[in-house]
Design a protein around this ligand. Structure first.
Ligand code: NAD
Length: 351
């Protein structure tokens, strides 16, 4: 199998916690260089991971180090210029979510990508989670009947003190509309061919962080209502409930056995259902060893995402997302922010 060489730009939290451990387990990749504007972080990478080729300016890295892929995991306000330069260099591009800071930047990137030979993937890793994929298949089969309402509870459980400064300020790309709601908006766009018509949101400043938590409602073309509570610092929660005309789907995205579909009329906590879940849990147990090896369900999504990107580059297999799709996410993020600022429902077709 062909080994692909990667240069990483932005080596902070997600690089150290997610990308580096995942890529270490995938021999089809080799990290050949790293760039970060913070020299202290680079010195640590040299010491801890033995990465010898490090740069504080990504342009130097792109010029001096031969590589197949350049990966961007710096703050979102820096994404567009870096991504444009990578595509200009004719490299494949891994770009962390949310792809860009503004809709206009996304448009420029779409234009640039059209004339670039490189493949492109956006780091919406949740699309690669097994439960999220199972849910998509069930929805495509129409298993729930027409979707009537959806509830999302999504918080990442960070302590305020451990968040980098930019993640606390909306103007710098932080806050839960931009940083976290984008995941929900992305996979709902992926799940459904019924786009949101309008959205309405509210924001708070828990822990002194902009847009933390945020709450929003959305309505789709069929009049189905969506309700979401999203935060960077409330305790970890990943629960989605999708209520269809015939059945209800419960999704705990980070839990290996967290996928269930119940017929309408069965109570939450029904004894028979709980026993069936117990049996399901026992059936999953043999897989725990394999999951442990890749670092759990959350890491598994990165593992599948990077595997998919390798197949896209070497065998022309499609990746699970595109810049065009991500443009819709950028529109929805902007609409949520505008709704909170203007204190009213925002029609999506105005963008
Ligand atoms: N897919 C996910 O679930 C997930 C999770 C966390 C973060 N992210 C995304 O990853 C990106 C980074 O997030 P993070 O939490 O790792 O942030 P971070 O602040 O911990 O790391 C970003 C790093 O980029 C460096 N940097 C800033 N400007 C730079 C530049 N111009 N060139 C090179 N390096 C630069 C900073 O010094 C820092 O080390 C964001 O887009 C974020 O949304 C995705």
């Amino acid at each position: 199998m062909k080994t692909l060489d990667i240069g990483f730009i932005g080596c902070g939290g997600v690089f150290n916690k997610r990308h580096y451990p995942t890529l270490k387990r995938l021999p089809r990749y080799r990290i050949v260089a790293c760039c970060d504007t913070n020299r202290i972080k680079l010195d640590k990478l040299e010491r801890d991971y033995g990465i010898k080729s490090t740069f504080t300016d990504y342009r130097d890295m792109l010029q001096k180090v031969p590589m197949d892929i350049a990966a961007v995991s710096s703050p979102v306000t820096t994404h567009t210029q870096i991504a444009m330069d990578i595509l200009d260099a004719g490299l494949h591009l891994f770009l962390e979510k949310p792809a860009t800071f503004t809709i206009e930047e996304c448009d420029r990137l779409i234009e640039k990508a059209k004339s670039s030979p490189g493949k492109l993937i956006i780091g919406y890793n949740k699309r690669y989670m097994p439960n999220i994929r199972k849910a998509k298949q069930a929805l495509e089969r129409g298993e729930l009947g027409q979707i009537e309402a959806v509830q999302f509870l999504f918080s990442t459980g960070h302590r305020v003190a451990e968040l980098p400064d930019w993640r606390k300020e909306r103007a710098l790309g932080g806050g839960s509309f931009i940083e976290e709601s984008c995941h929900i908006l992305d996979f709902w766009n992926w799940y459904s061919d019924k786009p949101f018509n309008r959205v309405c949101s509210a924001t708070s400043r828990l822990g002194g962080c902009d847009d933390n938590p945020v709450a929003f409602m959305a309505e789709n073309q069929d009049g189905a209502l969506f309700q979401a509570l999203v935060s960077d610092t409330l305790p970890d929660q990943n629960r989605f409930t999708i209520l269809g005309k015939d059945k209800v789907m419960r999704l705990y995205t980070h839990q290996f056995d967290g996928f269930e579909i119940q017929p309408r009329g069965v109570y939450d906590g029904d004894l028979k259902q709980r026993l069936q879940n117990g049996v399901k849990f026992i059936r999953y147990l043999p897989q725990i060893g394999t999951l442990w090896k890749v670092g759990g369900v959350y890491h598994l999504s990165y593992y599948y995402m990077w595997k998919n990107f390798h197949e896209a580059i070497t065998n022309n297999v499609p990746v699970l997302n595109s810049l065009e799709e991500t443009r819709n996410v950028q529109i929805l993020i902007k609409a949520l922010v505008d709704s909170a600022d203007q204190n009213k429902w925002i029609e999506i077709n105005r963008y």
